[in-house]
Write a protein that binds this ligand. Structure first.
Ligand SMILES: *[C@@H]1O[C@H](CO)[C@@H](O)[C@H](O)[C@H]1NC(C)=O
Ligand SMILES: *[C@@H]1O[C@H](CO)[C@@H](O)[C@H](O)[C@H]1NC(C)=O
Ligand SMILES: *[C@@H]1O[C@H](CO)[C@@H](O)[C@H](O)[C@H]1NC(C)=O
Ligand SMILES: *[C@@H]1O[C@H](CO)[C@@H](O)[C@H](O)[C@H]1NC(C)=O
Length: 240
């Protein structure tokens, strides 16, 4: 009796584990798209989770930008009244012209994602690479770049609630979901603003690598998770 219970339990564990790998083994190759005036936490929250995950699974990351020049998060002059320099430059590993095969592309947001004239090459890059990806994850107003690339057409998606009207206008063929910490539609994950990217990526980790891996990452980074994708305190705050 006891041993058959164990058998059932381990079968259930095996099925649960297998269900995480429905579309093959979990991703190994990640790409992070950078552009000037990216939002710090859109990048560094998800990267922190992936960084810790990479201690549990073999993984690699390409930091991709238009050129190999350092990419700064320095705010746009229009917002930077005091010309403050509380910002950071990141050195890309790959330019648009030389991107290794990647399975998951992460697109952060930030004020730089909202500048129409600055991002045409970035949008073309997203459009071109999308068909080769296994998964796309956008954070915050990064969804606006994906929308402009057409890859959110006909899909459900969400974005930053503080920048809602402006961003959803970029994707008239997208079903924008206002009350969402993150939204999954097929292989496209979109998250709400800034810190929501970390909850979205932790949910992605849970789906792809299992709940134990996600919990271990969240506990190591002492992240107080929102695990319910509809739990969105900011939709109401911004009147959506
Ligand atoms: C930054 O400037 C743009 C353009 O004026 C404006 O739409 C946006 O709300 C500003 N953002 C902040 C946080 O001040
Ligand atoms: C940042 O601003 C301070 C004060 O204006 C200045 O002294 C410093 O050189 C600046 N640093 C950079 C990297 O621009
Ligand atoms: C998209 O959202 C609608 C609700 O707006 C829902 O009924 C539908 O199932 C969602 N589609 C996917 C693929 O999640
Ligand atoms: C998730 O959050 C939504 C919105 O607050 C709520 O209606 C729903 O009951 C929650 N689901 C669970 C499983 O707690």
């Amino acid at each position: 009796m006891l041993s058959s219970l164990f058998t059932i339990a381990s079968l259930a564990t095996a099925i649960a584990a297998a269900s995480n790998y429905i579309s093959g083994p979990p991703p190994v190759s990640y790409g992070l798209l950078l552009f000037p005036t990216f939002e710090q936490l859109d990048v560094n929250g998800p990267l922190e989770a992936l960084y810790l995950l990479s201690l549990q699974f073999p993984m690699n990351l390409a930091i991709i930008a238009e050129t190999l020049d350092p990419v700064s998060s320095k705010p746009l002059p229009v917002n930077n009244t005091f010309n403050s320099n509380v910002s950071q430059s990141v050195v890309p590993t790959n330019s648009f012209a030389d991107v290794p095969p990647i399975e998951v592309l992460l697109i952060p947001g930030g004020f730089g994602a909202e500048v129409p004239e600055a991002s045409e090459t970035t949008i073309a890059f997203i459009r071109d690479i999308f068909p080769s990806l296994k998964y796309l994850i956008t954070v915050c107003t990064g969804a606006g770049l994906a929308a402009r690339a057409g890859v959110l057409d006909g899909r459900n998606a969400t974005t930053n609630k503080a920048e809602w009207a402006k961003t959803i206008a970029l994707g008239p063929k997208t079903n924008w979901i206002p009350h969402a910490r993150w939204v999954v539609d097929g292989n496209v994950w979109t998250t709400s603003g800034v810190s929501a990217g970390t909850d979205g990526v932790l949910a992605f980790i849970e789906e792809q690598y299992g709940a134990e891996a996600a919990t271990r990452v969240a506990n190591t980074m002492e992240w107080v998770r929102i695990t319910n994708s509809s739990d969105d305190p900011f939709a109401g705050l911004y009147g959506l």
